[in-house]
Design a protein around this ligand. Structure first.
Ligand code: ZN
Length: 425
């Protein structure tokens, strides 16, 4: 059986190389958008890679300095996106024309060579060699597990630019015997805990929040539209109400896809092998008096995360939700008064944080503890925080290169609207 893992690696890029990479990103995005524009012409959207290749390859080669294989990768990215939109139309869902703006470039082995400590990447002006910024050899990290492991082969990578820094998300794969899959995939689990709730739709144990603000806004907006149509009472109005319902569903699904992608990205960047959610039955019970749409949304979100995670070789698990919102993730003290709305203050140890963030950590910890009993529990395991890792005993392990720091982790969360823009509270 094939096991796939994505390993994020930071790159050590000097200013000349950074300039080349930026130009490569720009031209790659230009090429992908050019192919989408071409596919979009006319009533019938072109989704065939072969046809798009034939109709756009020469133009893109002429108008960019991209390596031939990067041109093909941009075309594949565009074709995949257009195919995705057409598939959603067939499901009667709303989806708009794709537009690429995130600074990424897709590399494969024809336009990149992956070495142990560095990579050679095709750019708009020949190849450059860039070193990896790797953690200490003796630490158990995704690098030591998959990159320094001869069983895993690097098959390709995506170049990312984030906050002026460059990263490669290396795709690796290994062929393993079926009876060792369990070990290969659960030997050293690192968990991303995710709490789902009404005000903050999703909060991860790494401290990223997706607010429910946009969701609530559109829920009110579509409610109003339905309300004013309702007053007409005609057959025409009835049909329009149904159309509003379909648009609403489409918009909500699009938001949930964005959140699901964000959760996957969070798991990949933090080297998590498992994403843990509270069991859906628990969410249903907890929100028994909430609007039905939230329950529907959380089921969809779980479903989206589950199938997207599979592409990255990440497992998705549900854990027993009992007391995850009342329990202190630092000392374990459990009491209903620990939580007051969105504020969590432990009555025993004084730990203070956003209540949903505390719950996300508890969800991760519960997954670890459940999976430790039974197999002797010798493997190093952890819940990924926004800095460092919590082990199953609740002990904090600071990130690599941070050993001089003592005390509690900085846990200032990053807030995200559902559209992925960072906002301040
Ligand atoms: Zn406490």
């Amino acid at each position: 059986m094939e096991v796939r893992r994505t390993v994020p690696v930071k790159l050590d890029v000097d200013s000349d190389d950074a300039a080349l990479l930026r130009e490569t990103v720009d031209e790659f995005l230009w090429a992908a958008n050019y192919v989408v524009d071409h596919a979009w012409q006319g009533e019938y959207k072109t989704t065939s890679k072969a046809q798009l290749q034939e109709e756009t390859y020469d133009d893109v080669r002429e108008q960019t300095r991209l390596h031939a294989n990067l041109v093909q990768n941009a075309r594949n990215k565009a074709a995949d996106a257009v195919q995705g939109v057409v598939a959603r139309w067939k499901q009667d869902e709303y989806a708009g024309k794709p537009r690429f703006s995130n600074p990424t470039v897709v590399y494969d082995k024809r336009c990149a060579t992956f070495h142990d400590k560095y990579v050679s990447l095709a750019t708009v002006d020949g190849r450059i060699e860039v070193e990896y910024v790797l953690p200490d050899d003796d630490r158990d990290t995704p690098h030591s597990r998959y990159l320094d492991n001869d069983d895993y082969e690097v098959t390709g990578a995506e170049l990312h630019n984030k906050d002026c820094e460059w990263f490669l998300h290396l795709r690796t794969k290994a062929e393993v015997e079926t009876d060792t899959v369990e070990q290969a995939t659960t030997g050293h689990p690192t968990v991303l805990g995710v709490d789902l709730n009404v005000n903050q739709l999703a909060v991860t144990s790494t401290g990223t929040f997706w607010s429910g603000h946009e969701f609530d806004h559109w829920r009110r907006e579509y409610g109003n539209r339905r309300g004013s149509l309702q007053q007409c009472g005609s057959r025409h109005a009835h049909e329009n109400i149904q159309a509003v319902g379909r648009k609403e569903t489409g918009r909500f699904k699009m938001m949930l896809h964005r959140i699901a992608n964000g959760i996957i990205e969070e798991a990949v960047e933090n080297g998590c092998t498992v994403i843990g959610f509270e069991a859906l039955t628990g969410i249903r019970d907890r929100l028994s008096s909430a609007w039905w749409g939230h329950k529907w949304a959380f089921e969809r979100l779980y479903e989206y995360v589950e199938y997207k995670a599979e592409l990255y070789g990440i497992d998705v698990a549900q854990v027993d939700p009992e007391n995850t919102s009342r329990r202190c993730s630092t000392c374990g003290f459990t009491h209903p008064d620990n939580r007051n709305g969105e504020d969590f203050v432990c009555l025993k140890c004084g730990y203070e944080n956003h209540a949903d963030y505390n719950a996300a950590k508890n969800i991760g910890l519960r997954y670890l503890r459940r999976n430790q009993t039974g197999d002797g529990g010798g493997a190093p395991v952890g819940v990924r925080l926004n800095r460092g890792t919590l082990n199953a005993n609740g002990e904090y392990d600071p990130p690599a290169g941070d050993s001089g720091q003592s005390g509690s982790p900085r846990e200032s969360p990053t807030l995200n609207e559902a559209n992925g823009e960072a906002v301040s509270e």
